[in-house]
Every structure is written in structure tokens, then in C-alpha cells.
Write a protein of this length. Sequence first.
Length: 224
Amino acid sequence: MNILAFDCALGRGSVAVSVDGHCASEVIESEPRAMAERLLPMIETALGEAGIGYAELDRIGATIGPGTFTGLRIGVAAARGLALATGLPCIGVTSLEALAQTACDQVSEGEAIVAAHDARRGQIYLQPFARSGTTVVARAEARAVDPETAMQSVAGLTGIAVGSAAGMVTAGDEARVTAKPDMVHIAPMAVATLAAAKPPTGQPIKPLYLRQPDAKLPSARVMS
């Protein structure tokens, strides 16, 4: 199966082309403000390096959030546009499961991988997973929670925590989950691996928002 996968949900952009489960190419952009202009050229570069055209792809995989609102809009819009133009099925992958998948080989079968991303405003995007074979399965729903609730949520789990808030959720005295502070980015191939494992829904992907945007429209002025 040939898969084009990309992510720009958590502050950086990445694209991978997977051929039968192996990475044929990957392109990474670390400047989030460049993603609106860079994502489609990155996709073209990755396809060119892999020697694959759109006609040879079987599906598209893209992260749908949670994450930055701008990054999600860019990624989801690109994925939906490419799916419409090519007729390819598009598989949505959450950024938290992609974070967990990035660390799948760091734990044993059944052990926990807690994906924890700093959502700012005193909140953490949190979701626990467990390794099942070569992929991860969710142990609970994704939530936006405060640090204390996050620590309580992982109490009793044994495994690792990944993401920009990994240290926050493992700060408790009873923590049996070890933070992996170097694992804060989604591996490009993690999105492709998860996209390969999910059945197409036949519906356009939609962004996953766990809270309202930081920026709000000004209130309407009341004329006296």
C-alpha cells in the first residue's frame, strides 16, 4: 500500500511517503509559520523523492488534532483538497495517537503510552494508549485537562509519557509512567502507519477541537 501522510498540528510540519510499510521519503519543516506556503511543496518533494505520483497512491493520511488551530486548518484543508482532486480515501489520525505511535517501539505489549501535549492556558491535551502489536490503541478519550487532573488520570498506569507536557503528567510522587522529554514531535511515518490500519469512512475528515480557540471575535456593539 502506498500512502501519502502529513502532519502540521503540533508546531512543525512533516510529510512522509510510505510504500508497503516502509518509509520511501520524508520532509520536515520546523517553522510553523511557513506551513501555509510550504505544505504543498513539501508534499511534491516527498512524492518526487519516493518516485511516486498521485495515481500510484492508495490513500492519504493526515492529522486532525488536537493542536494549533492554524496548523489544523492548513492540514485538514490540504488533505480534503487532495482527496477531492485525486479521488483517494483520506484517513484522519489524531495528533495524540500519532504521538503515541511515534513511541510504540519504546514499550512492551500492553504497556501504556501517555500522549500529553501542552495546550497552554493551564491545560494539557491528554490521552492514554497501550501498545497492541505494532500500533497503539486508546485506553480513554482525548481530553483537555489541568495538570493535576492529568497526573490523577495516569496514576496506576505503567509505561511512558511523550509530548511537550510529558514532564507535567509524571511529576506525581506515585507516578509509574516515565517521561520521554526528547519525544515531542510526531514521526512522519507514525501517521502513515495509523492511516494504513484504519478503514476508510467515505466521509471528509474534520478537525478535532477539544476546546474553543484562544482568539475570539469581538462582541457585537449595542447601539443606544
